[in-house]
Design a binder for this molecule. Structure first.
Ligand code: AMP
Length: 334
């Protein structure tokens, strides 16, 4: 959801990276290829903080029991995909996030929050809209500013949030004294973008999208389920000799399958029919998921270990962010 990097010392050039994922559904192959794999790779060069944004998933009607299951599953999966060299945490276990979020609500204006796209599209004018859907951009600003990043790489969908974060940081610093680093917005390297198998013009998303989950491969799907979903993937009626080719405009389904095949380490060599393509994609996706699922099974059998990793992570986040919160509180006269 959010990624930040921070130059901690000019000499060491150690960067800090922060990403939060919302536990609003089961993690997908799209999350793996577009987010979790790059997050794992970043561990080589950055001090990584990766969080489960449970507070952000309360902005729309939710089921507490399901949320608990999804947070536990996501925590276990973050470890299973190899994020064990990072500081892993659940947002609600690091109270500084909500505490600074409230202070930033006291800096943000209704004019600003009225303009936020999520609220405009999903909540404005609807009497049952949760107040938190209106105020969550202040919490998101807190998520970022607490870690004092100098740069925030964001895709287009998150740009408005980070622009607000910058505005709030600048207004706070001008009004109350310099506390926050105002992060620069940078463009992230373009990662893999996996499309829904049943609706290849929209993103493969956790919440299922228009295909209602039929075109979404989840990380814990069994090989049979993966095979069935790929077998039903939308292609086209082209049967010519070069029908298996990349052409995002005219062949979005086939292009998506070829891209999934490539990022899952498969090869299209010798693949000339859609049947063969689907078989190759299934094999490559199953081979990609297999080690993750094996590791997940081991970790799920030892929940105390997963809990202790996340408890230690939250403790580190508290110690890193408490001085920032304390400075903001003091500057505001608290
Ligand atoms: P979301 O599941 O939409 O909350 O996104 C969490 C992270 O996963 C973000 O970094 C997204 O860019 C990434 N992500 C989600 N779905 C996809 C997808 N279908 N393809 C590539 N990346 C994705």
């Amino acid at each position: 959801m959010t990624t930040t990097s921070l130059a901690r010392t000019p000499l060491a050039r150690t960067t800090r990276r922060l990403s939060l994922l919302k536990p609003t559904g089961h993690l997908t192959l799209g999350n793996l290829l577009g987010a979790l794999r790059p997050m794992a790779a970043a561990q080589q060069e950055a001090d990584c903080f990766y969080g489960i944004a449970d507070l952000h998933s309360l902005t729309v009607p939710h089921d507490p029991a399901r949320l608990r299951v999804l947070v536990r599953e996501q925590a276990t999966l973050l470890l299973a995909v190899g994020l064990d060299a990072s500081t892993l945490f659940v947002q609600s276990r690091v109270p500084t996030h909500a505490q600074l979020g409230y202070l930033l609500e006291c800096v943000a204006t209704t004019g600003e929050l009225n303009r936020m796209i999520q609220f405009k599209e999903k909540g404005r004018g609807v009497a049952s809209t949760r107040v938190s859907l209106y105020t969550y951009p202040a919490l998101m600003a807190a998520d970022i500013l607490l870690y004092r990043p100098t740069q925030v790489p964001v895709g287009d969908d998150q740009r408005q949030h980070v622009e607000l974060t910058r505005d709030l940081a600048m207004r706070f610093n001008t009004t109350y004294g310099h506390v926050f680093t105002v992060p620069e917005i940078t463009v992230p390297p373009s990662g893999a973008r996996v499309m829904d198998l049943a609706d290849p013009t929209s993103k493969m998303g956790k919440t299922g999208g228009r295909s209602d989950g039929a075109g979404v491969i989840h990380l814990l799907d069994s090989p049979d389920v993966v095979g069935r979903k790929v077998a039903r993937a939308v292609t086209d009626s082209d049967t010519g000799p070069s029908s298996v080719r990349v052409d995002r405009g005219r062949k979005p389904g086939v292009t998506n399958l070829l891209e999934i095949l490539a990022v899952c380490g498969g090869s299209p060599d010798g693949v000339t029919t859609y049947g063969a393509l689907k078989k190759a994609v299934t094999d490559a996706a199953v081979a990609t998921l297999e080690p993750i699922q094996a590791s997940y099974a081991d970790l799920a059998a030892d929940p105390a270990h997963v809990s202790s990793v996340f408890a230690a992570g939250a403790e580190r986040c508290v110690s890193v962010t408490t001085p920032v919160l304390a400075a903001a509180q003091a500057a505001m006269g608290l």
